[in-house]
Design a protein around this ligand. Structure first.
Ligand code: NI
Ligand code: MN
Length: 227
């Protein structure tokens, strides 16, 4: 079975799997690269990696409109309940849960997670998705960490990695991440949204494909990929 991914810019993906629409880190309003409007996005489940505005994004509005279930860490879960959402599933780092369309495990991420109103958002996370027999690792916002090697031991079909620098790994560390994870395919994200994270993804792709066996797919916001 194929999995269809659409990049909405920055760290946001819509993934169609097992008949469900999974939306990850829906920062759409205020994202200059977003190819859609928050009001037109579909979602059955929304995955939120941490509390920063460029990841939490339009979660509350989209969940209210669509009735989507939000998956996040326990602290963000509590905050979302406080915002009036009812369908919120808490998980935490290292824990996985089987949803009707596949499994989600939260991984560590080296970053922060404060919510927009200053509430403590717990530890940030990445996502390991087990869907349609494939494994997708979305690192979300993180610096390089050696335990990426443990994540790689699972046999990753697709790794989605930040390359923007300043707030997350930059190109060199993202290349080291690919070497630790050893995924079949990589998509670079979290670049060129803001002035301080300007990068050339094609240069990164060239360098990474020279030094690792991974196939790099550089996407444009709004583009689809099937794996
Ligand atoms: Ni962040
Ligand atoms: Mn970010």
């Amino acid at each position: 079975m194929t999995i269809r991914l659409t990049w909405y810019g920055h760290a946001c993906f819509l993934i169609k799997a097992g008949g469900a629409d999974l939306l990850i880190d829906p920062f759409i309003t205020g994202n200059p690269t977003a190819p859609v409007k928050a009001q037109e996005v579909r979602a059955d489940f929304i995955l939120v990696s941490h509390g920063h505005g460029d990841h939490l994004g339009d979660t509350v509005d989209i969940a209210r409109r669509t009735g989507a279930t939000v998956i996040s860490n326990f602290e963000i879960h509590n905050w979302l309940i406080g915002q009036g959402l009812e369908k919120v599933h808490p998980q935490h780092i290292g824990g996985g849960f089987n949803y009707p369309w596949g499994r989600v495990k939260l991984t560590i991420a080296q970053h922060g997670s404060g919510l927009p109103d200053g509430t403590y958002g717990g530890n940030p996370c990445g996502f390991l998705l087990y869907i349609e027999g494939k494994k997708i690792y979305h690192a979300c916002d993180t610096g390089l960490f050696y335990d990426m090697k443990l994540i790689g031991e699972e046999g990753i079909d697709l790794a989605i990695l930040p390359i923007g620098d300043n707030f997350t790994m930059g190109p060199e560390d993202a290349l080291r991440a690919v070497k630790l994870i050893n995924p079949k395919r990589v998509i670079p994200i979290h670049y060129n949204t803001f002035d301080v994270i300007q990068q050339d993804p094609n240069e990164w792709a060239k360098m990474t494909q020279k030094e690792t066996p991974a196939k790099v797919t550089v996407m444009k916001p709004g583009e689809h990929l099937e794996i």
